[in-house]
Design a protein. Structure first.
Length: 310
């Protein structure tokens, strides 16, 4: 799940227990990603793909670190099916699927893009994103400036004739935190600090046929409760309790389908007005632009770099 804003806070380091659980989460995430790669076809309902991913994660003894998302064509990220979404994949779609898995809060994050067009130019777009990820991984080591990783992503994508999406980034991962420092840019931005041993990071190059800038559009189906409400009076206790069970991880409206719809919507509105619930609407490029994404989670260990979601 990409970052689209500045990421602050202290830079985390992995411990032995967390590493073991992150590795297990990574294997489950990779399994779900590869299943989705083969299951996404014209006529298949988006919601069925997302719910199957999340059901599989739970059956494997883990939980979603954020709602599974599938974004098509100019939509780069954060499209998550509503409880009644009947949208199906279309022939010609360029489909991103992004998923996260956690075990006791230890997270693995991965994504891929599926081409339903069969067009060589769209396959080249997807390959540019994958090649950019490979180039970035080849540079990952303690002490490496993140700006150099971003420059490698940009160089690889532009050499292929496309543009990186500049206002989406990779990010650090920590226990119960999908986004934390360091921020990993997709272009050669100055500053940003350096990588360090013990970090877990998600690198996710986005390649596109447009200018490389996304904006929010449409109704948010993904939310995150960042802190308790200042005033709980008038807020439905059952809905609030259900949201708090996710311990600050992103959640989806469809997670609460068993609760009264009016209560869920009223709670979302009131928490958002208090500034304690963040909305994540779909992120889109200009209409007609195509966007591809590839993502792995990496661990910077004492013996080298480990691709957690390989």
């Amino acid at each position: 799940m990409p970052g689209s804003e500045a990421i602050g806070g202290t830079i985390p380091r992995m411990n032995a227990e967390g590493l073991e659980k992150t590795r297990r989460a990574g294997k489950i995430a990779a399994q779900c990603r590869e299943w989705a790669r083969g299951a996404i076809k014209p006529g298949v309902r988006l919601r069925d793909i997302l719910e199957t991913i999340e059901d599989t994660i739970r059956k494997e003894g883990a939980a979603p670190a954020f709602p599974a998302q599938t974004s098509r064509n100019e939509c780069a990220a954060h499209y998550c099916s509503s409880p009644d979404d009947e949208t199906v994949y279309q022939e010609g779609d360029v489909v991103k699927v992004d998923m996260g898995v956690h075990i006791d809060g230890w997270i693995a994050d991965t994504a891929c893009t599926v081409d339903l067009s069969g067009k060589p130019e769209n396959q080249a777009l997807i390959q540019a994103s994958a090649d950019a990820l490979s180039a970035a991984i080849g540079l990952v080591e303690p002490g490496r400036p993140v700006s150099e990783i971003g420059a490698a992503v940009e160089r690889t994508i532009t050499k292929a004739g496309f543009e990186p999406v500049r206002n989406l980034t990779g990010h650090g991962l920590d226990q119960w935190k999908v986004h934390c420092a360091p921020q990993i840019p997709n272009y050669g931005e100055r500053g940003g600090g350096k990588l360090a041993e013990g970090m877990v990071i998600a690198i996710e190059p986005f390649s596109c046929t447009g200018r490389g800038f996304i904006h929010e559009a449409g109704r948010a189906e993904v939310f995150m409760l960042v802190r308790p409400p200042r005033k709980a009076k008038g807020i439905d206790k059952d809905v609030l309790r259900a949201m708090q069970e996710w311990r600050g991880l992103p959640i989806a409206r469809r997670y609460f389908s068993d609760l009264p719809t009016d209560a869920v919507e009223d709670t979302i509105s009131k928490l958002a007005r208090q500034g304690v619930l963040v909305r994540y609407p779909p992120l889109v490029e200009k209409e007609g632009v195509l966007v591809a994404q590839t993502e792995h989670t990496l661990y910077l260990g004492p013996d080298g770099v480990e691709i957690i979601t390989a």
